[in-house]
Design a protein around this ligand. Sequence first.
Ligand SMILES: *[C@@H]1O[C@H](CO)[C@@H](O)[C@H](O)[C@H]1NC(C)=O
Ligand SMILES: *[C@@H]1O[C@H](CO)[C@@H](O)[C@H](O)[C@H]1NC(C)=O
Length: 781
Amino acid sequence: MIEKIHINRSRQKLIIYSIIVIWLLAINLWLFKNSRAKTTLSAFSTAPPHHSSIYNQYDDEVVYKMSQSEIESDLQGLSSTEAGSPVAIKDDFTIQLLQNNLKTKDLRGVDAHAEVYNTIFSNHNIDSIFGNLDFEHRCELYFRNLFLNDHNWAFNPNEDLELIYRDDFAYEDYYRAHSGEIKKKYSEKIDKPEDQINDNDPALKKYIKQEYNSWLNSTRFNEQIVVNGVTTLRIFNKCYISNDNATQVKAMDKFIKNQHNLVSALAASEGERLPSFELTKQESLINLQQSTFEHRVYPWLSFEPPVYESWQGHVYYQPPNLQAIRKGKPQPASKSKSPYFLSQFRDQCNGKGIVLSIGDKHADDTVRLIHLLRALNNKLPIQIVYYDKLSTATKEKIVTAAREPFNSLPRSFAKIAHYFPDDYLTAEENGLPKQDVWFVNTYNVINNEFKDKFKGFGNKFLATLFNSFEEFILVDADTAMMQNPEFFFQLSGYKKSGAFFYKDRSSFEDRKDSDGYFFKKISPSIIDSVMFNIPIITEHTLDREFFRGAFQYMESGLVVLNRKQHYNAMLMMLQLNFYQPVTQRIHGDKEIFWLAMAVSGDERYEFNEYFAAAIGEVTPEADRVRKDGTNAHAKEICSPHPGHINSEDGHSLVWINSGFQFCGQASKIDYDKEYQKNTRLKWLTDANAFKTFYYAPLRISQAVIPPVDIRFRATNTEEEPEKGWHMETEYCNSYMWCAYSSIGGKVEGGGTNTREGTLIEFPQSARDLFAYYGDIWVGLE
Ligand SMILES: *[C@@H]1O[C@H](CO)[C@@H](O)[C@H](O)[C@H]1NC(C)=O
Ligand SMILES: *[C@@H]1O[C@H](CO)[C@@H](O)[C@H](O)[C@H]1NC(C)=O
């Protein structure tokens, strides 16, 4: 009896819920249709087209084609160019409805999708896909069509996609920069001397236009290849690498169910039945062999883990479980159920640690960093990742630095000893705590034919992927931390997101909008978002100064990452390195970390809010007197070291770049010349004083974070700085930078344009600690 009532109750509940759901759907549909009707109407008005591109904004004549695929699918009547023509895939009613339902506002101004989708949507009714297929079948559909288009498909890391004229997308820029050289080419072509051709000759103009069009076409063509490549990667990763993630599975179930309901309701509202889905004959003939699959997507990986070697010389051929080693237990068996190497590898990684990627030339800096880590009371294991080779001499130096007794401390220790715990110096450890150092040889993780792709900056991403930790701090050899490393894992930005980054000096700004446009273009498309729940990027990414002209946004000398949470994005970091249109827009590895996350559809990353500071000592007021005898308003610090102030507390210095010696270039300086310049560091009274100062540890009393001035120059009449940073090429072999605590002042014609930055005075206790760390790093007794 009780059971029966229970059943009746839950059936009642079900009916009520169903009614509510259908009712909500109906409202949703009605609202959506109505709002669409309005936008359609407004298309007849004189308002500019909704989808504007920065390119045709510059030049009306350029009919900017979204991608080669769209040019082609134009012909099939499937899709179209930007300016109001039939229906592009993303403008299909169902897709818009589903996108609308995801509630992510599209702020990008461009949407480019992989060409595979064109094949998929030409073979299938859109509603039949979204109304019927679950996640797994969508994955299969994507890859069936990828292989259908090209049975031999495999990602090609060696494809030559050289980007020429990256800044000149607008015709007028192109004309300004290249008309000269094209005229020369033209004169050779028509065999007439250059000086006899008028610049306004219509035939010449036409020729230049043709050259421009053909350049634009091939640049777009290459961009589409990148779009295709990164789309396939993010879908593969979501479909087959992170598909065992319970959070993802749950979210995906909900996502799919919701879509099925919506599309069914849509059909019902039009008195139709949901069309059924069937694979085409060709699609069904494609055999998706899982084991070969991963090799096609990651042809550059050998699918061998790196070799891990402990400081004692014990060698492991898979990620070692350090906890088991510490307890003297055998290595636990892998629990991974995935058929894929990449998932298995991820699941074997464990624990927390510090990761460096070095070559032999970084040996001395690494030794100093390890001394510093000992002084910081670091308890985390350290993995030194290398690629080509690391000499035995380097390894010996590093192991010695980590393990030798370290008990003669600098005099500066006395002042700060009481800040450390009682067991900081133990008799047993013979001084500062010893470090658990590992060497990771990644040479064999890369297939032979692609090995040369990983020379240089690529190493840092290999270190990111192939260290054995689940959570890690990736540092450069010349990074100097001012906090015990555990501090970085406790940052609330890291705890919240599992990916924490720092910003660079807000100094260079020569980045055109076309760079930002490119990255928006290769980020997840609307179709990725409705098909695979890979969200389009939001203001979290798009509001960053990078998209407003900052050339350097991130400072990658210290990065904190959680592997389990961001594995797919880490794989994207490596992939982006293969594309010249990416690498030619980025200096080294700097921006790739966060851009790869955005491109992979993972915006869960946080930045320390402040841009980098100049750290050291404020220039004496006497040296900053204006012509009228008054003191300058802006405070100045000139220093070769950027430092990073924790924005979560607003005042602590957490790490600095370029080591700890005042001038990292000290051995390359002509000190007589340096002294005779007499414009900076005026309190140093002879060449010898300069030399001593340059070799000594940086002394840190203050920090200046200049106001952000991207694309702004504070021209003023008070001799106040116009820009927040000034690169002082005359000192320390061009490594010196001066930073100002404010810019601007009174302007001609009245008013002011002052912008204030931040000046931080470190308390004596902090200065004493910095002095101790500096002495340790430099090796002062
Ligand atoms: C655009 O460039 C691609 C690749 O360079 C080429 O195959 C294609 O024919 C070009 N299209 C036009 C219309 O020039
Ligand atoms: C699953 O993925 C989410 C992000 O989508 C991540 O936050 C979470 O840590 C992952 N869980 C596991 C167990 O890997």
